[in-house]
Every structure is written in C-alpha cells, then in structure tokens.
Write a protein that binds this ligand. Structure first.
Ligand code: FMN
Length: 249
C-alpha cells in the first residue's frame, strides 16, 4: 500500500488539538493542495477564508453550536461556494452572465468544486501529520457568519475545516457496507439483501460506540440516521441562498 492510500484510509476526525499554530508555509501548502483539485470547466467556483484571530474563532465556535475545537485549533479554514469572482470577470468582459450564475446548476457546480477542494486540503493536512475535522455547524447561522466574514453576494460559507496537531487518539469509524456504496453496472435492487447488510452494519456500529464510550452508547447507524433526519434543520437555507443571488432559477 502506498503512503497516499495509507493517509486516506487512516482518516478519523480530530476534535482536540494542541495550542501549536500552523505555520504560513503549512497554510499555503494546504491551500495550494485544495487549488490543485479538479474543477468543473476550470470555473474554480469556491474560496477559502482562513481565520487566525482568536476572538473571531471564539465567535464562530459559538455560532457553530459551541464546538470548542472551532476556537481551539492550529488553523481554521472556511470553505465557501463562490461565484463572485465570475461577476467580476463579467464586468471585465463587459457581459451580463447573471442568468447563468444565478442558476441551480451553477450553484451545484460551486458546491461540488468547494467540496473537492476541501477534501484535497484535508488529505494534504493529514499527510503532514495534522488532524482535521469538518464543521458544518457554521451553517446554523449563516446570516451572522457572513457578517463576521464580510462575504459579498454570490458567496456562501459552506463548512469549515479545523486543522491542528492532534491532542487525542480517536478510533477509525466503520463505513457503510461496500456494496451499498459501490454498485456495479446498476443500482442494487434486492431489498432483502440490502436490509440484511444494513443490519450487519448496525451491529458493527453499535459495537464501535460501545467500545468508544465504555458502554454509554450503543446506538445503531439506522437509529442514528432516523433520529437525526427526523428533525428538520436549517430551514432558512433556501431563502438565504436565494438572497445571496444563487440557486434562483
Ligand atoms: C460537511 C461536513 C460537516 C461536518 N460537520 C461537523 C461538525 O459541525 N462538528 C463535528 O464535530 N463534526 C462534523 N463533521 C465530521 C463528521 O461527523 C465525521 O466526518 C463523521 O462522523 C465520520 O467520522 P470520521 O470523520 O471520524 O471518520 C462534519 C463532516 C462533514 C463532511
């Protein structure tokens, strides 16, 4: 097995870091790795906002649902869907492209681009011996987050990645059954088999939580999902996205 695959297979989220900050060289390497990801039609429809300021991090941690590791880490990267640069390109070229960039399709392109860049950044950081955790919690309150980061229209902060030197050991979390994720030739239709494999996965996840929490938690994956997805969340999002002039048509 090569080192790249080893790094990828060894991933687990880290939520406790030492106080050591990343150097500017490390930050630059991580961002350049993000920028090297493939991007739809070369559109590069994302941007990254780095946060070092302790007070700003504290505020973001609070907005993200009081997640302490959003404040305490080696660096905080915020990944945004970004079609603002394209409005400037249109201005330079003297053209009106608003019909296109305000479409659902271009919004999807920006989400895909941002996610691809972020995962490259995550792997780059992990390959440097750093730990990472994605933070979707910043979407709890995007109105406040966008004010704090001064993002313009056509830009939406999607998630953060906290990065730093790990100050905890965590276990690798077992993933969904291989054949639920990888279908060959066509989508699996055998519901009986599908359910049986999910039951096996439930047992595996339950044992994982049992071990990780010394018996305090034994929930299964299906119960966790139904519990989480049974609660509607962030219902303001559609209005917020259109207010930022994205996903309009
Ligand atoms: C877009 C995204 C948002 C996430 N948001 C949070 C978050 O707000 N807080 C947190 O502790 N973990 C967050 N996570 C981490 C997931 O909980 C974690 O990746 C998942 O449980 C699998 O565990 P692992 O990363 O250790 O393998 C997020 C992950 C992703 C991809």
């Amino acid at each position: 097995m090569n080192q790249t695959i080893e790094t990828i297979l060894n991933h687990r989220s880290v939520r406790k870091f030492t106080e050591q900050a990343l150097t500017n060289d490390q930050i630059r390497l991580i961002v350049e790795s993000a920028q090297s990801a493939s991007t739809s039609s070369f559109i590069q429809a994302y941007s990254i906002i780095g946060v070092k300021d302790k007070e700003k991090k504290r505020k973001l941690a609070e907005l993200a649902g009081n997640q302490s590791y959003v404040e305490n880490n080696g660096h905080l990267f915020i990944f945004c869907a970004d079609l603002y640069r394209h409005t400037v390109a249109a201005e330079i070229e003297g053209k009106d492209i608003s019909e296109s960039i305000e479409s659902t399709e271009k919004f999807m392109v920006s989400l895909i681009d941002a996610a691809l860049a972020a995962q490259n950044a995550a792997i780059a950081a992990e390959s440097m011996g750093l730990g990472i955790c994605y933070i979707g919690g910043i979407r709890n309150n995007l109105e406040e987050v966008t004010k704090l980061l001064k993002t313009p229209d056509y830009v939406i902060p999607l998630f953060a990645i906290v990065v730093g030197y790990p100050d905890q050991q965590t276990e690798k979390k077992p993933r969904a059954p291989f054949h639920h994720v990888y279908h060959e030739e066509e989508y699996e239709q055998d519901l009986g088999k599908y359910k049986e494999e999910l039951e096996q996965y439930n047992n595996e996840i339950s044992a994982y939580y049992n071990e990780r929490t010394a018996g305090k938690r034994t929930d299964t994956w299906t119960s966790q999902m139904v519990g989480m997805l049974g609660n509607k969340s962030r219902l303001y999002m559609k209005d917020f996205v259109t207010k930022k002039k994205l996903d309009l048509k």
